[in-house]
Design a protein around this ligand. Structure first.
Ligand SMILES: C[S@@+](CC[C@H](N)C(=O)[O-])C[C@H]1O[C@@H](n2cnc3c(N)ncnc32)[C@H](O)[C@@H]1O
Length: 142
């Protein structure tokens, strides 16, 4: 009997990672508040925290929003007129940490450099990548 591992791709609507994992034989499910852009039946529309804490996953890769966590946005926090951003940053951090702390044996969090890496144990700079390494004319350490 083949041993198929079951992975959750949290905060993904494009299906890019889900499809790549499925091509490798992994039973992968994407999950997003929005519909799957490719109409896949292997998509859970809903809150990724609920899916993650439901159990039954061997691993999870999560792509939480980085808007309020990444260094390229954090510099706005505290500027006159942008005081509201601090609460959004805390909310975004709590969401990402809830995913990080989910009861799943293997968890990968993908996010741009900023608040999240400093907040979690196990952040490893060796896995940093840049858009320009993949043909895009942009730099944003991820
Ligand atoms: C930075 S985007 C990542 C997109 C992803 N790389 C893809 O290819 O679809 C963050 C995604 O998180 C989703 N999202 C935000 N809050 C969520 C939640 N509570 N549960 C699940 N998905 C959520 C958004 O709808 C958005 O698609």
């Amino acid at each position: 009997m083949p041993c198929v591992s079951r992975w959750l791709v949290a905060c993904e609507k494009s299906g890019a990672v889900r499809r790549a994992l499925r091509a490798l034989g992994v039973e992968a499910w994407s999950c997003d508040l929005e519909d799957a852009q490719d109409g896949s039946p292997y998509h859970i529309k809903g809150d990724a925290r609920e899916a993650a804490y439901r159990g039954g996953w061997d691993g999870m890769i999560a792509h939480p929003e980085c808007k309020f966590l990444c260094a390229s946005g954090l510099h706005w926090n505290g500027r006159p007129g942008y005081e509201w951003r601090a609460a959004e940053t805390e909310k975004a951090l709590r969401f990402a940490l809830d995913l990080w702390e989910a009861p799943i044996g293997r968890v990968i969090l993908e996010n741009s450099r900023g608040k999240l890496g400093a907040a979690i144990q196990g952040y490893d700079h060796r896995f940093a990548v840049q858009p320009y390494q993949f043909g895009d004319d942009a730099s944003k350490e991820t």
